[in-house]
Design a protein around this ligand. Structure first.
Ligand SMILES: CC(C)(COP(=O)(O)OP(=O)(O)OC[C@H]1O[C@@H](n2cnc3c(N)ncnc32)[C@H](O)[C@@H]1OP(=O)(O)O)[C@@H](O)C(=O)NCCC(=O)NCCS
Length: 168
C-alpha cells in the first residue's frame, strides 16, 4: 500500500521526536545539545517526513568549511550526520525522498560535495546511498565505539550522479 506522507524542513520544535527516532533506530545517539546545535545552525539542511502529524523519518546534515594552513579555507562540504526511518515505514522510498530533499538544500547553499560515514555492515543504508550516487571513498578502521569500521561515502555535484536527484 502506498504511504501518504509529507516532507518538510525540520524545526527546533521537532527535536524530541527526532531524538526518539534516533534512539530507536541507531546506536549512534547524540546529546540534546548536539541535536539543538545542528537544528539551530543548519535547520535549512535538515528534513523530516510526517504522517498524520507524527514524524516518521528524518535526516540531519550540516555544512563544513575545512581550513588547512596550506590551502586556506576549502569549498563548503555537506556532511550527513544522521538519517533514520521508523522500521514499519521502511522500504517505501522514504529514505531516498528525504535524502534528495536534504541534498537539494545543501546544493542551494553552494555545497558541491557531500559525505557521510556508514557502518560497513549497514547494507540497507549503503545501497540507498549508492542509489543516490554516493560512492565509497575510503574506510576508517574501527571507527565506531564497538570496533566496527566505517565507509566514508561521497557524492559530488559535478558528476554523473546529479541525475539521481531528480524525483522518482
Ligand atoms: C537506511 C534507511 C534510512 C533507509 O530508509 P528506507 O525508507 O527504508 O529507504 P528507501 O525505501 O528509500 O530505500 C531505498 C533503497 O535503499 C536500498 N535498501 C533499503 N533498505 C534495504 C535493505 N534492508 N536491504 C537492502 N537494500 C535496502 C534499496 O536499494 C532501496 O530501494 P528499493 O526498495 O527500490 O530496492 C533505513 O533502513 C533506516 O532507518 N535504517 C536505520 C538507520 C540507519 O542505518 N541509518 C543510516 C546510518 S549511516
Amino acid at each position: 500500500m502506498e504511504l501518504i506522507y509529507t516532507t518538510r524542513q525540520a524545526e527546533l520544535s521537532d527535536i524530541n521526536e527526532i531524538m526518539k527516532i534516533n534512539k530507536i533506530c541507531l546506536p549512534e545517539n547524540y546529546s540534546f545539545d548536539f541535536f539543538y546545535r545542528i537544528l539551530s545552525d543548519f535547520g535549512y539542511a535538515c528534513v523530516v517526513a510526517e504522517m498524520n502529524e507524527e514524524i516518521i523519518g528524518y535526516v540531519l546534515s550540516r555544512i563544513e568549511r575545512p581550513f588547512t594552513s596550506f590551502l586556506g579555507v576549502q569549498s563548503a562540504k555537506g556532511h550527513v550526520i544522521s538519517i533514520a526511518v521508523i522500521p514499519k515505514y521502511r522500504r517505501k522510498g522514504l529514505g531516498i525522498k528525504i535524502m534528495k530533499y536534504g541534498l537539494k538544500k545543501l546544493i542551494d547553499h553552494e555545497v558541491e560535495t557531500v559525505y557521510l560515514e556508514v557502518r560497513v555492515s549497514n547494507v540497507a543504508a549503503i545501497e540507498m546511498y549508492r542509489k543516490l550516487g554516493f560512492y565509497i571513498k575510503k574506510e576508517y578502521k574501527e571507527y565506531y565505539k564497538d570496533g566496527e569500521s566505517a565507509f566514508v561515502m561521497e557524492w559530488g555535484k559535478k558528476g554523473s550522479s546529479e541525475m539521481s536527484l531528480e524525483p522518482k
